[in-house]
Design a protein around this ligand. Sequence first.
Ligand code: NAD
Length: 311
Amino acid sequence: MAKAKIALIGGGQIGGNLALLAAQKELGDIIIFDIPQSEGMVKGKALDILQLTPHDGYDVSISGTSNWEDLKNVDVFIITAGIPRKPGMNREDLLEINLGIMKEVASNIKKYAPNSFAIVISNPLDAMVYAFYKVSGFNKNKVVGMAGALDSGRFRAFLAEEIQCSVQDISCMVLGGHGDTMVPITRLATVGGVPIESLIEPSRLEEIVNRTRFAGGEIVKLFGNGSAFYAPAQSAIEMAESYIRDKKRVIPCASLCEGEFGVDGYFIGVPSVIGENGVERILEFELNNEEKSSLNNTLMAVKKTVKETKL
Ligand SMILES: NC(=O)c1ccc[n+]([C@@H]2O[C@H](COP(=O)([O-])OP(=O)(O)OC[C@H]3O[C@@H](n4cnc5c(N)ncnc54)[C@H](O)[C@@H]3O)[C@@H](O)[C@H]2O)c1
């Protein structure tokens, strides 16, 4: 791909960090988009980041806008437009407001950059990515939701802390919806190829799994206002990089399943190969009975939120 054009829809906490990370990786030229009332804020963030590029020599352009005309022919969109959680809220509480925003964003992306690849981050994720897909009419491989990358990263970080080893050597995946019913697959988690289950007692492992499930809420409570943004931004950048550089990374993402893992017609977190064609493949494997039942449980939760979108 020639120098990619990356648009960040929503220039708030995650959007600002996406811009910084995309610049530091020289993924392409970056445009931060927000509503007209926040145009000054995104222009300011763009300028601020532009002014750090000479230090390490990142050769990218960065701008801020609230005009969709500036987003013609963008290659990759990363969408965080919406509102984040406050303490006591779950992700589903954001549905009504964020759904309206997502419909507007999807219609504009369809109009101005119909051949792009879209990574949705806004919550409730499983419903927002579904809404984007329905309204944009994009092919299923060109729409994906970011959740599993973050949830798996959290699980990896907690496991590394427990075992006292490098996070780099932990391999694991969290499947299912991006909510409290997510499914960390402990059976397949390894450190340097060694099964985690042979290193951590079952009861302690269960505690780590539960911490992973509620890791987003733990941060919301600590912040008091807003939700996590550093790790969500890094997780989405990993996905964007795999697309732009055709790395074909295998990342747990909310991809549209059409029969895989027994799921039909819903976006749910599954191991996905991301390359130049977007979501190129879903890697399916045999789940045991307990995992199947957990995935079914998470699917019920996803179906419920998706139903509320009335799309
Ligand atoms: N998928 C995940 O794993 C994950 C993780 C963390 C947060 N989130 C979600 O990401 C979203 C963004 O979080 P944040 O912390 O960056 O929030 P934020 O409030 O800091 O930023 C959101 C931005 O969206 C903008 N916006 C609102 N309406 C818009 C529109 N119509 N067009 C363009 N921009 C618009 C707002 O002005 C704001 O700047 C939230 O919904 C949050 O729940 C998802």
